[in-house]
Design a protein around this ligand. Structure first.
Ligand SMILES: NC(=O)c1ccc[n+]([C@@H]2O[C@H](COP(=O)([O-])OP(=O)(O)OC[C@H]3O[C@@H](n4cnc5c(N)ncnc54)[C@H](OP(=O)(O)O)[C@@H]3O)[C@@H](O)[C@H]2O)c1
Length: 293
C-alpha cells in the first residue's frame, strides 16, 4: 500500500498519477484543504491535517498495519516569504507535525521526504554544483527548517530527496502553477517577466514523480539524494522551454535582471543553487535527466 501525504499539491498529484500508472497497489492520498477529482477508483482520498495528532491517528487506524506502507511525505509550508514572516507557524508544519507523523509511521517500509536545494545555499567558484556530501549552508529560514526536518527523517532511517525548482501543468483545478500562468498570459498576448538568473537544476513534476515511484521499488537507496535535472537553468530559460513547447509567442517572454526580481521578495534567495545528480543517475542506471515540459 502507498500513502501520499500532501497528494492534493502539485507534486503529490503527479505522484498519485504515476502510482496509478506504474503499480497495482492500493493508494491512500491525503488532502488538506480542497478535495480534488479522483484519479482512479484505486485512490482512497482521506482528509489529513498533519498538525493534528488525532488526524494522524485516524490515518493509522485506517491503514491498520503501518509496516506494509510505502509513504511519500510532501506536506509543507514552503513559501519562502511566508516562512520568513511566520516562522513558528511554518515550523509547526515543517518540523513538529513531521515528527509526530514519523512517530506513528516509524515502521513504514519506506518513506521519501521532499526536501529542497535551499539547504545548500549559494554555489561558489569551488562548488558550482552541489553534491550530497557538500556542506549545507541555507540562507533562508525555509532552508534551515528543511535541513532540520531532513535530520529528523534520517534519524528514523528514512530517505530525503533534495528537489530543485519544479514546473509543469497543474493537474489540479483549484490552483495554477507558474507553467499555467505563462501559457495563459502569453496566449492572451500579455507579457510574462522572468528573471535572468535564479539558476536551479530545474525539473518537471512528472519526471520527479516517476523517479520517486521508481526509487520506492528499490532497496538500499542512499538516504540523501539530489533529485534534479542535468542542467542549471535560469527562470527565463525555463520560461523559454515552456513557450517553445507550447508554441507561444516568444516576444512575450521578457528577460528581466535578476536584481529587479530579487527586490520583489521578502526572504533572501540564492542567485545560483545548482545540484549534481550523478549519484541519482548511478542509482537509476541512466545517463541523463532532462527537463520535459
Ligand atoms: N515547488 C517546488 O519547486 C519545490 C522545490 C523544492 C522542494 N519542494 C517541496 O516539495 C513538496 C511539494 O511541493 P509542491 O510544489 O507540490 O507544493 P504544494 O502544491 O504546495 O504541496 C504542498 C502540499 O502540502 C499540503 N499541506 C500543507 N499543510 C498541510 C497540513 N497541515 N496537513 C496536511 N497537508 C498539508 C498542502 O495542502 P493544502 O494546499 O490543502 O494546504 C499541499 O497539498 C513540499 O514539501 C516542498 O517543500 C517544492
Amino acid at each position: 500500500m502507498y500513502i501520499v501525504i500532501g497528494a492534493n499539491g502539485f507534486l503529490g498529484s503527479y505522484v498519485v498519477k504515476s502510482l496509478v500508472r506504474n503499480t497495482d497497489e492500493e493508494i491512500i492520498a491525503t488532502y488538506h484543504g480542497n478535495k480534488e477529482s479522483l484519479y482512479s477508483p484505486r485512490v482512497n482520498w482521506v482528509k489529513l491535517d498533519v498538525t493534528d495528532t488525532e488526524s494522524i491517528k485516524s490515518l493509522e487506524r485506517l491503514v491498520e498495519n503501518t509496516a506494509e506502507c510505502k509513504v511519500f511525505y510532501f506536506a509543507a509550508c514552503h513559501n519562502l516569504d511566508l516562512v520568513k514572516c511566520e516562522p513558528n507557524f511554518a515550523k509547526n508544519i515543517n518540523i513538529t507535525a513531521l515528527k509526530n507523523f514519523l512517530d506513528v509511521f516509524s515502521e513504514a517500509q519506506c518513506l521519501y521526504f521532499s526536501s529542497t536545494d535551499c539547504v545548500y545555499g549559494e554555489n561558489t567558484k569551488e562548488i558550482q554544483s552541489f553534491k550530497e556530501t557538500d556542506p549545507t549552508c541555507p540562507i533562508s529560514e525555509y532552508g534551515r527548517q528543511k535541513l532540520e526536518a531532513e535530520g529528523i527523517v534520517k534519524s528514523y532511517g528514512f530517505n530525503v530527496v533534495r528537489l530543485p525548482f519544479m514546473t509543469g501543468a497543474s493537474l489540479l483545478e483549484h490552483k495554477k502553477h507558474f507553467h499555467d500562468n505563462i501559457v495563459e498570459k502569453t496566449r492572451e498576448d500579455q507579457d510574462f517577466t522572468l528573471a535572468d538568473g535564479l539558476w536551479r537544476s530545474a525539473l518537471d513534476y512528472e519526471s520527479v514523480a516517476d523517479i520517486l515511484v521508481k526509487l520506492s521499488f528499490m532497496k538500499n537507496v542512499p538516504q540523501t539524494l539530489n533529485l534534479c535535472g542535468d542542467e542549471s537553468l535560469s527562470k527565463y530559460d525555463v520560461g523559454v522551454i515552456i513557450a517553445d513547447k507550447h508554441n507561444l509567442p516568444m516576444e512575450h517572454i521578457i528577460k528581466t535582471p535578476e536584481a529587479e526580481i530579487m527586490k520583489l521578495f521578502y526572504e533572501k534567495r540564492t542567485s545560483s543553487t545548482a545540484m549534481d545528480n550523478s549519484l541519482l543517475k548511478s542509482v537509476l542506471g541512466v545517463d541523463e535527466i532532462k527537463i520535459k515540459i
